[in-house]
Design a protein around this ligand. Structure first.
Ligand code: GTP
Ligand code: MG
Length: 212
């Protein structure tokens, strides 16, 4: 986003929030392992390799808070990060990872589904979409599940340093048109790049509002 939707005060609040203490709390591989509903929770979901961990690192000004890799499918549990003793950021396992076994995929999908359905502290699910590729069938399936469960979500485009302004605009427009039929979707898109520090200030400002 080139024109910010937030005033300088909001941007500063967001920056301040994210410069405070943050730490990895735990990785959860089964429902019983979920932490108590202590804080508001903001979730990052998306296909494997879309840039979830990179975005969490960039938002928190850390290089390696969340593990990033060139090997897709490395994050195979729900990872909880505590920020500013105020809220949790949750990094979900990437969906659509071709090399995982059917059994593995089913167990992650079940865990994510149960978590997202039953969590009253959930403030928003951000669905990350690779800005070079747009929506894929696995994204649409995930969005349809959230629509059914009335879990509110918003699209974030990642890796927006990889394409021209023109193609980015066209992609944003096409996705916004498609979202009109997704009742639980938030009708705006945040375009980001961790390399160009694009969209990050706005995203911090928005999250600061959501967890306030
Ligand atoms: P899984 O945990 O495996 O599902 O992946 P992930 O969604 O956490 O992706 P990750 O953050 O590990 O990033 C995957 C690859 O994309 C890495 O090689 C990153 O360097 C690259 N990447 C992430 N964000 C950006 C970006 O804004 N621009 C560019 N050009 N590359 C990015
Ligand atoms: Mg990851």
């Amino acid at each position: 986003m080139s024109d910010s939707d937030f005033d300088p005060e909001d941007i500063e609040k967001g920056r301040k929030l994210f410069t405070q203490e943050c730490s990895f709390v735990l990785g959860v591989a089964s429902l019983e392992g979920l932490p108590p509903e202590k804080y508001p929770e903001i979730v990052f979901a998306g296909r494997s390799n879309v840039g979830k961990s990179s975005l969490i690192n960039a938002l928190t000004f850390r290089k390696s808070l969340a593990r990033t890799s060139r090997t897709p499918g490395r994050t195979q549990q729900l990872n909880f990060f505590e920020l500013a003793k105020t809220f949790y950021l949750v990094d979900l396992p990437g969906y659509g990872y071709a090399k995982a076994s059917k059994k593995e995929i089913k167990s992650w999908t079940d865990l994510m589904g149960k978590y997202l359905r039953g969590r009253s502290v959930l403030r928003r699910v951000y669905i990350l979409i690779d800005g070079r590729h747009g929506l894929k069938s696995t994204d649409r399936e995930f969005m349809a599940d959230l629509d059914k469960q009335a879990v509110s979500y918003q699209i974030i485009l990642t890796k927006c340093d990889k394409q021209t302004q023109q193609s980015l605009k066209e992609l944003e427009k096409a996705i916004l048109t498609e979202l009109k039929t997704n009742p639980a979707s938030h009708p705006s898109i945040i375009s980001t790049s961790v390399h160009k520090n694009m969209g990050l200030e706005d995203l911090r400002a928005e999250i600061a509002k959501l967890v306030d």
